[in-house]
Design a protein around this ligand. Structure first.
Ligand code: CP
Ligand code: NVA
Length: 318
């Protein structure tokens, strides 16, 4: 009879050497197996030594959690990271991605890239001969969504049938939450002001991936959205690259603030998540972020465990 760990390896082995550019690059079985591996790594039940492999980090935007959790994950796997920020490489002086990707593929074993356009990320993936990971683009933040659903699974056990309400900007975080949630059987509602809804193409994509029949919807009324929610999620009103819109957005989004009054409309045990960094007083109040429903620091910690599992799989460590 196959053991649980051989089933996990079976589900994940086909992902070895694969890119992770979108939440949809993993299927539901692979995501759940990745969560099992992440939980084993988290409690110290499993050690994986990849033997001095190297992760290149190309970050054109700021980062605390993603950068550091990748660095620590790689260290725990016996590997190393190199910082390849455009300011200190020839990328910043205009060397094309197609040349950079081919050169870095000769030095590194995997690349994690944080940049603006998804197209640019895809260009790296096209020219690299090593796996490429999306460490956030304007379109998606798939590593974040993995950590989010792992955190939700740790609290609720079964993900299928849960209701997650995301309140705020229909941004990269919302897109990945919706796609990943659809694959896992979570009912995802994205509640945004008019004109700031998630991309309709992403909604359609999520709907085609909901093999367990989860409900994917968008709305504009935060009070209605949270009523039956087991999870309330929010993110900043202006993402990196939209800083000049913040004053305008503060006015448009003011009814979309997650505060204790909104949380009290949901179940007493509702879980409050935020990918961080949070802007207290804007999308979330201090009271809500520090309150009893908030799980944001468990959520941030899970970035490490799930990315360690992802790297182990991509680098053939199972
Ligand atoms: N949540 C997240 O991606 O945080 P950083 O921007 O600090 O990496
Ligand atoms: N939506 C935010 C997420 C930061 C982790 C941004 O893109 O800036």
């Amino acid at each position: 009879m196959a053991s649980a760990s051989s089933g996990l390896a079976f589900n994940l082995s086909s992902f070895s050497k694969s890119n992770f550019l979108s939440s949809s690059d993993l299927n539901s079985n692979q995501i759940l197996s990745l969560f099992e591996l992440a939980k084993q790594l988290k409690i110290g039940n499993r050690r994986i030594d990849l033997g001095n492999r190297v992760l290149g980090l190309i970050f054109t935007k700021a980062s605390t959690r993603t950068r550091v959790s990748f660095q620590v994950a790689m260290a725990r796997l016996g590997g190393q990271t190199v910082d390849l920020n455009p300011q200190v490489t020839q990328l910043g002086r205009g060397e094309p991605i197609r040349d950079t990707a081919r050169v870095l593929s000769r030095y590194c074993d995997v690349l994690a890239i944080r940049t603006f356009s998804q197209k640019e990320l895809e260009e790296y993936a096209e020219w690299s001969t090593i796996p490429v990971i999306n460490a956030l683009t304007d379109l998606e933040h798939p590593c974040q969504a993995l950590a989010d659903y792992l955190t939700i699974q740790e609290k609720f056990g079964e993900l299928k049938g849960l209701n997650l309400s995301y309140i705020g900007d229909g941004n990269n975080v919302a897109n990945s939450l919706m796609i990943c949630g659809a694959m896992l059987g979570v009912n995802v509602e994205i509640c945004s002001p008019n004109g700031f809804e998630v991309d309709s193409n992403i909604v359609e994509k999520a709907k085609t991936l909901n093999e367990f029949g989860s409900k994917i919807s968008i709305c504009n009324d935060p009070s209605k959205a949270v009523k039956d929610a087991q999870v309330i999620y929010t993110d900043v009103w202006a993402s990196m690259g939209q800083e000049e819109e913040i004053l305008k957005r503060k006015e448009i989004f003011k009814k979309y603030k997650v505060d204790q009054k909104l949380i009290d409309l949901a179940d007493d045990e509702v879980m409050l998540l935020h990918c961080l960094p949070a802007h207290r007083g804007e999308e979330i109040t201090e009271e809500a972020l520090e309150g009893r429903n908030s799980c944001v620091f468990n959520q941030a910690e899970n970035r490490l465990h799930v990315q360690q599992a992802l790297l182990a799989v991509q680098l053939g460590g199972l």
